[in-house]
Design a protein around this ligand. Structure first.
Ligand SMILES: Cc1cc2nc3c(=O)[nH]c(=O)nc-3n(C[C@H](O)[C@H](O)[C@H](O)COP(=O)(O)OP(=O)(O)OC[C@H]3O[C@@H](n4cnc5c(N)ncnc54)[C@H](O)[C@@H]3O)c2cc1C
Length: 516
């Protein structure tokens, strides 16, 4: 992706569609629209996935808690939402096999009654997934559980129910959507902010003024339709389009902490089914680390949310309840916080009880289409509903959604066998070969080939991590990375998993960016 070329294409032509926001939702919309043959541009104020979409718990799930809520409230709408997400789970695993994997999760039970309760609930979860279920849930004895996770706290443990969901590399999944859209002709730009709209005399949007935040230059983009895919920031764009629109969004913050893999080795995650404040919490093996999260607290909108001391203590408290070796703050390698884009429900008491479904809203006056709410797992369905609405405005009736079977970049020729090819041909250590395969899929060979141009690029960026210098060069040349932060937090993800290692890598990345 050539950023300057894309900037040059912004002016002097009219797009069918301009998408504001380059998180999961906007990126999904860009690919969907480009595959339907629309002339699309997408602008993102920061970097692709810089906000919520790189700070999720990285689960591809229907949501066991939403299922419990659906049963308790006898809500057909919530059942439908869980079922939709469960079926979508398999589509994501298939369309980006390098960036996703099935994830086994254990739900510890403290007595026989809990075992029965969670077994029935998780059988229902299996049943809702239908033929698209990943693997059936099972009730395991205490002995079987401890064979799987010997680190689990044994005191009070009766048994556990094991079930399956999916896991994704969220920031790179978003980038794969962006690059797949660009391959289909979409003009995509990061670090480009929507400032204000131009309107016809009837108030319909016809252009948007944007600023390239790297050069400070402004551009005017003409488009027939505008989509607001700014997640938690959606109210700002809605108000910019029509100041009379009532705010709809409520945000809730969710924080995670990251620990060394040795605290929870193996591939199986733990679901804490009920915290003291009535939520679920996860301890998840994640890219050779352990991800613990999340909190859920109503919050003010922020561009730089970070875990508070109280949140960190809260999460450590749960780790110490469920794992036998206690941890302290010194064991926390990194932490990150995302803000959930929740749609206001007039009678909802707190953000925990707000449903995570989505809504496509069209403003009668400005014709702005806003895609509100939702979650990572359902980004494709959200995009499909949104682009249906776009096609309706454009009066296009013969273009159906084509993303269901569209394999994302890096996934087409992906094969686990590439790992041994990387080791054999390039002499990489096995952890590096595995890491490259899961970050890039079939493109791992292109990253590896860079080390022929300069063998120094084979070096690791930080001790004890499989990230290598060639990845920085690839990010700058192919993935529109513009700064060390883009690389550390989104292209690599090292910044979110180990703060000290990120600090070590920072000066090397800065130098490599000048070499790329
Ligand atoms: C803590 C947490 C955990 C979660 N865990 C999961 C999970 O495990 N599984 C799951 O399915 N879902 C999960 N979710 C939900 C999921 O992450 C979000 O629903 C999803 O990432 C939202 O994507 P988005 O594109 O709508 O918003 P965002 O990712 O926030 O993207 C919106 C983008 O718009 C940009 N923007 C804003 N204003 C402008 C402007 N003026 N001009 C240009 N660009 C602009 C922003 O910079 C931002 O990048 C979680 C959410 C949170 C907060």
């Amino acid at each position: 992706m050539d950023r300057q070329r894309n900037l040059d294409q912004l002016s002097g032509q009219s797009f069918d569609l301009c998408i504001i926001g380059g998180g999961a939702t906007g990126a999904g919309c860009a690919l969907d629209a480009a595959l339907r043959g629309l002339k699309v541009c997408l602008i993102e104020k920061e970097d692709f996935a810089a906000q919520t979409s790189s700070k999720s718990t990285k689960l591809i799930h229907g949501g066991v808690r939403y299922l419990e809520q659906a049963v308790k409230q006898l809500s057909r709408e919530q059942f439908h939402m869980v079922r939709k997400a469960l079926r979508e789970r398999k589509t994501l695993l298939r369309n980006a096999p390098h960036l996703t994997r099935p994830l086994p999760l254990l739900t510890p039970c403290h007595n026989w009654f809990e075992g029965v309760y969670y077994s029935i609930g998780l059988k229902m979860y299996d049943w809702l997934a239908g033929s698209r279920n990943l693997s059936p849930s099972r009730w395991l004895s205490k002995k079987q559980v401890l064979e799987l996770i010997p680190q689990l706290q044994t005191q009070g443990l009766h048994s556990a129910v094991m079930y399956y969901d999916g896991q994704l590399d969220d920031a790179r999944f978003c980038l794969a959507l962006i690059r797949s859209a660009a391959r289909e002709g979409a003009v995509v730009l990061n670090h480009t902010e929507a400032l204000d709209f131009g309107r016809s005399k009837f108030g319909k949007l016809k252009s948007v003024e944007v600023r390239d935040r790297l050069s400070g230059k402004t551009y005017e983009i003409q488009a027939k339709v505008f989509v607001n895919a700014t997640g938690p920031f959606a109210d700002h764009i809605r108000e910019m389009a029509n100041p009379k629109m009532r705010p709809r969004m409520r945000v809730s913050r969710g924080s995670h902490i990251v620990l060394k893999k040795s605290h929870l080795p193996g591939d199986t995650a733990i679901l804490v089914p009920k915290t003291d404040d009535g939520r679920v919490l996860f301890l998840i093996p994640w890219q050779e680390q352990v991800l613990v999260g999340t909190t859920d607290l109503e919050d003010q909108l922020s561009e730089t949310p970070m875990p508070t001391e109280d949140e960190t203590k809260y999460l450590i408290g749960y780790v110490n309840r469920y794992l036998s070796t206690p941890i302290t703050e010194a064991d926390v390698r990194a932490g990150f916080t995302g803000q959930r884009p929740l749609i206001e429900a007039i009678f909802a008491k707190d953000t925990k009880s707000l449903v995570r479904d989505h809504e496509v809203e069209q403003d009668d006056k400005s014709k702005l289409i806003s895609i509100l709410g939702g979650k990572w797992t359902t980004y494709r369905l959200m995009a499909s509903d949104t682009i249906d609405a776009v096609c309706e405005q454009l009066k296009i009736s013969d273009q159906e959604c084509r993303t269901e079977n569209h394999i994302l970049i890096g996934g087409e020729k992906y094969s686990p066998a590439l790992e041994s090819e990387l080791t054999r041909t390039y002499g990489f250590d096995s952890d590096i070969a595995r890491h490259l395969l899961h970050k890039y899929g079939s493109e791992a060979l292109e990253v590896a080939a860079l080390t022929r141009e300069n063998s120094a690029w084979k070096a690791r960026l930080a001790d004890g991590h499989p990230f290598i210098q060639a990845q920085v060069i690839f990010a700058a040349r192919k993935e529109m990375a513009c700064s060390p932060e883009d690389i550390l937090y989104r292209r690599l993800g090292l910044g979110l998993m180990d703060a000290a290692a990120a600090e070590q890598a920072y000066p090397v990345i800065t130098r490599l960016l000048t070499e790329a």
